[in-house]
Design a protein around this ligand. Structure first.
Ligand code: DX5
Ligand code: ZN
Length: 214
């Protein structure tokens, strides 16, 4: 299993320390949540903070944009050092165009789906994607409870990926712990995002190791 710890649950008063702490774990990437108070009812961090994180992070940055009109910020996100740009399907009218632009900017393209958005909405684009991120909580906040229907969506997405010859990885975000992580591994997930489960632990590195072993 690949693991992408979400910095949303880190200590924002001392982000450098938490980023460096993640550098010294087996995490595969670092998940950064950007919110605009419009697409989701919360505001987290913006591009200057992302840029500051990049200065200290040695892990690839997996940037999850919970914002409207993400197509406006492609070059800015790239210049902040993102390896993967995650945009919400619900926020993009011209999803195909935006995916092409993200790839042309030199990043990996990922599309995120809210819990109520069916995976079948990606039928005609999944072959072009590097990753699909399924939200297993409603986006905007850390520490929420995992929505069990996500397991069904993972299985359906796995089938769709196979049928379309896509190489997209399946990432899951929200309410991940060892129990839900195990279920997600069985359902066919490739990458687990974990925020509160990692950062509220007394030994985050050990928790990351356990998730990786699922
Ligand atoms: C929520 C964010 C998540 C968040 C997950 O909208 O997209 O990445 O940090 O937090 P946990 O793992 O605590 O559910
Ligand atoms: Zn996220």
């Amino acid at each position: 299993m690949l693991v992408s710890p979400s910095l949303l649950s880190a200590d924002f008063g001392n982000l450098q320390a938490d980023v460096q702490r993640m550098n010294n774990t087996e995490a595969d990437m670092l998940h950064i949540d950007i919110m605009d108070g419009v697409f989701v009812p919360n505001i987290s961090m913006g591009f200057p903070v992302l840029k500051a994180i990049q200065k200290h992070a040695t892990k690839p940055l997996d940037v999850h944009l919970m914002i409207v009109e993400p197509q406006k910020y492609i070059s800015q996100v790239r210049d902040c050092g993102a390896e993967i740009m995650n945009i919400h399907q619900e926020a993009c009218i011209h999803l195909h165009r935006t995916v092409q632009e993200i790839k042309a900017a030199g990043m990996k393209a990922a599309v995120t789906l809210n819990p109520s958005t069916p995976v079948e909405t990606l039928t005609d684009i999944v072959a072009e994607l590097d990753m699909v991120l399924l939200m297993s909580v409603n986006p905007g906040f850390g520490g929420q409870k995992f929505i069990p229907n996500t397991l069904n969506k993972v299985a359906r997405l796995r089938k769709l990926i196979k049928e379309t010859g896509s190489t997209a990885l399946i990432e899951i975000d929200g309410g991940v712990n060892l129990e839900t992580g195990r279920q997600l591994a069985d359902a066919g997930a490739d990458i687990l995002v974990a925020g509160s489960f990692v950062f509220n632990a007394t030994d985050p590195a050990a928790v990351i190791k356990e998730l990786k072993n699922l």
